[in-house]
Design a protein around this ligand. Structure first.
Ligand code: ZN
Length: 195
């Protein structure tokens, strides 16, 4: 298990960041974003009432293998296929069947990709800008509504790791009315305990 005490995981992240400085870049589009480290994603999970919200913040490379604007037909196909898989939120973030959670709203955004390519129906007015430093992120907001939230015990992100082998690790921050915790997920350890 990689359920490390918070202080230690924070130290690991700092240590890892010092060792991989070239992979880091400040993100001009979302100034409050944490560091950008290839292979690593961040996932905020919150449960409030019957609503489970997940916010995924990841270097784009983890999902499509590049971080430049999708100019070629092949790049565009790759992005569209990625968005389609990611939008299958009930599979990417599997929940207990008894909780009867269903995806209610999904929003994908990346500074270098047109919203339409990500499957957004009402594109924001912001035109995609080229990444000035060669790095780009993708932000995903996933809202699931659960008919029986009391039966919700875990969120399983195994399918997300299987679909996108670019993820080596996902750092999770969990907040429920009863619990606040941090977890590190890996391809062979991708289940978030909610209780
Ligand atoms: Zn990058």
């Amino acid at each position: 298990m990689s359920r490390l005490p918070l202080a230690f995981s924070a130290f690991s992240v700092i240590a890892a960041s010092l060792l991989s400085l070239p992979a880091f870049a400040a993100d001009d589009h979302h100034g409050n974003h944490p560091a950008h480290e290839h292979g690593v994603g961040k996932l905020d999970v919150a449960l409030e009432g019957n609503t489970l919200t997940l916010h995924l913040d990841t270097p784009l490379i983890n999902l499509v293998g590049f971080e430049h604007a999708a100019t070629s037909a092949r790049d565009k196909e790759t992005v569209q296929a990625m968005a389609k898989v990611l939008r299958d939120a009930g599979r990417m973030f599997a929940t207990d069947a008894a909780a009867q959670c269903k995806p209610a709203e999904i929003q994908l955004e990346s500074a270098v990709l047109p919203p339409a390519l990500l499957g957004e129906k009402s594109p924001s007015s912001a035109a995609p800008a080229a990444a000035s430093d060669g790095h780009a992120d993708l932000d995903g907001d996933f809202t699931l509504v659960c008919a029986s939230p009391g039966a919700l015990n875990t969120v399983d992100a195994s399918a997300l790791f299987r679909a996108f082998p670019g993820f080596q690790r996902i750092d999770v921050q969990l907040a429920t009315p009863k619990k606040q915790a941090a977890f590190q997920l890996a391809p062979d350890n991708a289940i978030i305990p909610l209780n």
